[in-house]
Write a new protein. Structure first.
Length: 439
């Protein structure tokens, strides 16, 4: 009988045995669901890397609509993302699903990237960085915080545009030999008179251009005033902003900018960390035993830092800084010599840093969650029980019982020295020393 090229068929009783063994083997496998997930966020596509204790990873590319649907079917796990556009919205959604979603600054994730840069490598670096015990995370912002932050961003853009219009007006006038002083108030007070009286050097076309720029300036002022009024109204309604406004030198703009940026400031363990995060400290470049301090770091482009430092600087030109210096810095003995020893800008930044630390302390959650208390230690006798007394050197002290507490030996070792004793021995009197010398 010749071979037809086909494998011989199995008997009817053993036909489904392989499939059953395969299913049984699959059921015996361990759970491969990821315990840690790193997500590289994009506009329309998300790259996912999942890890567990066995190292079996999830490596997939999902669309924006698939992220919430697929993560809802997974058990709760740790999810890391970079703090970028859209990260706070996705973090809130994942926390509602039961996951532990955490945000990290992108510059802290970069050291964990290996090899060439692509989206899957970035997601893998995020999964590695979110597991570090010393990683500094970013608090997830609420929708109200994002709305307040958007108002500040729009106002900041309009203020920049207004500054550009003022500089352009001064430059056009300088081309005609008319010099104006710097500052919004100076240009606003002198510009109407120049447009009326200096028609000899300004052509009709240049007059029309400057009048149009002045109209743009007025429209920007109106929009900035409307946004400032809305921000002030929101600050009056927020409890955290009201507490911040009790600090000297902090108004509605600064308080609302701080609340929009850090919320309750629970991510900072102390006020110095908040001041350093704002960038109100010197940039440190130290190595070995050399400590090198440079200019202020300005790490955050936060309106609170710029406005706070700017207002303190303006107060220093008058009587404001002199009044706040002994009250806030609490250095009464240096009150008269500090302004002459340090520069004006140095004092302004130092006072702004102090205001930032005070602001961290007066936020609502600082009184309950961030208060550092010394842990209450239990009584050693209740933990260790009774211990036998250690026999002393030289003369042995008799105990009333065979066991003694920790009061005697510990008190002698860590307490103050008893009078009349030297190194645990009885001090000799003058007569004993003379008799010993005679011998």
């Amino acid at each position: 009988m010749e071979w037809s090229g086909r494998a011989p068929a199995l008997p009817a009783g053993q036909a489904g045995k392989g499939r059953q063994d395969k299913e049984h083997a699959m059921s015996q496998k361990l759970d491969t669901s990821p315990a840690v997930i790193g997500i590289d966020i994009g506009k329309n596509s998300f790259h996912i890397i999942g890890q567990n204790q066995r190292g079996i990873g999830l490596r997939q590319k999902w669309s924006r609509g698939q992220v919430e649907t697929r993560l809802a079917n997974l058990p709760p796990c740790l999810i890391g993302m970079e703090a970028c556009v859209g990260a706070h919205h996705l973090s809130r959604k994942l926390q509602m699903l039961g996951h532990d979603a955490r945000l990290m600054p992108a510059k802290y994730v970069r050291p964990y990237s290996k090899g060439q840069k692509n989206d899957f490598r970035d997601a893998e670096a995020i999964a590695e960085a979110v597991q570090r015990p010393t990683m500094k995370f970013v608090a997830t912002k609420t929708a109200d915080q994002l709305d307040l932050q958007a108002l500040h961003r729009v106002r900041e853009r309009l203020v920049g545009q207004r500054t550009g219009v003022i500089h352009q007006i001064r430059a056009f006038l300088l081309e005609r030999g008319i010099a104006l002083r710097q500052g919004l108030r100076s240009v606003r007070s002198e510009l109407p008179g120049i447009l009326v009286t200096r028609t000899d050097v300004l052509s009709p076309r240049m007059l029309r251009i400057i009048e149009d720029l002045a109209g743009d300036w007025r429209r920007l002022d109106e929009r900035i005033e409307d946004l400032s009024s809305e921000i002030e109204a929101l600050a009056r309604q927020d409890k955290a902003c009201e507490r911040l406004m009790t600090v000297p030198g902090i108004g509605p703009i600064i308080s609302s900018a701080m609340v929009a940026a850090i919320g309750t400031a629970d991510v900072f363990s102390k006020g110095r960390d908040f001041g350093a995060w704002l960038g109100l400290v010197a940039k440190q470049i130290s190595t070995g035993d050399r400590t090198i301090l440079g200019k202020i770091s300005r790490r955050q482009s936060l309106p609170a830092r710029a406005v706070c430092a700017g207002r303190v600087g303006c107060a220093g030109q008058g009587q404001g800084l002199g009044a706040l210096w002994p009250q806030i810095l609490d250095r009464s003995r240096q009150e008269t010599i500090a302004p002459q020893r340090a520069g004006h800008n140095v004092l302004a930044i130092a006072l702004a840093n102090k205001l930032a630390r005070i602001a961290w302390a007066v936020l609502p959650s600082s009184a309950s969650t961030r208060r550092r208390r010394r842990p209450e230690l239990p009584d050693p006798r209740t933990v260790l029980g009774a211990v036998k007394a250690r026999p002393g050197r030289g003369r042995a002290r008799r105990q009333d019982s065979t066991t003694a507490g920790l009061d005697g030996p510990c008190a002698r070792r860590v307490g103050a020295r008893r009078p009349g004793r030297r190194n645990g021995r009885q001090a000799r009197t003058k007569e004993q020393c003379e008799v010993r010398c005679d011998r």
